[in-house]
Design a protein around this ligand. Structure first.
Ligand code: AMP
Ligand code: ZN
Length: 123
């Protein structure tokens, strides 16, 4: 198994701590393999993070055996968009990987951002 992928939680990971309930979060959805919670520094009226319950470092560390988890991340994002009433208006899904993308938290997370018009390309 690659060193940056583990099926166990990582003790000093802030998002693993949210999964374990060790630190609080505004959780909006709980799934079999994922949870979704509001970003602490929202960049739009809706800004929710969908994360796997297991520790996967980032999108580039995803392996074929994570398929079920990754599909649930996408279906959870759609459920969040529906409950936030932005499904028909549109929203943005973002996976930051590495320094140039501004990836700060080393636990895979899908940003679900919406509730306002967005520009392209991103900054
Ligand atoms: P990224 O830059 O893609 O790694 O995004 C990390 C995101 O996690 C940022 O948007 C932060 O605002 C968010 N974040 C960091 N700590 C927390 C936390 N404790 N609860 C909720 N969101 C957090
Ligand atoms: Zn983690």
């Amino acid at each position: 198994m690659a060193s940056n992928v583990t099926d166990e939680t990582t003790q000093d990971c802030i998002f693993c701590k949210i999964v374990n309930g060790e630190i609080p979060a505004d959780i909006v959805l709980r799934g079999t393999h994922t949870i979704a919670f509001r970003d602490i520094s929202p960049q739009a009226p809706t800004h929710v993070l969908v994360i796997p319950r297991i520790h996967i470092e980032h999108a580039a560390a995803v392996e074929p055996n994570h398929a079920e988890i990754v599909v649930e991340m996408l279906t959870a994002a759609r459920e969040v968009a529906a409950s936030e009433e932005i499904l028909s208006k549109g929203y943005r899904l973002i996976l930051n990987v590495g320094d140039d993308a501004g990836n700060l938290v080393p636990h895979l997370h899908l940003h679900v951002i919406g509730g306002r018009a967005m520009s392209w390309p991103p900054g």
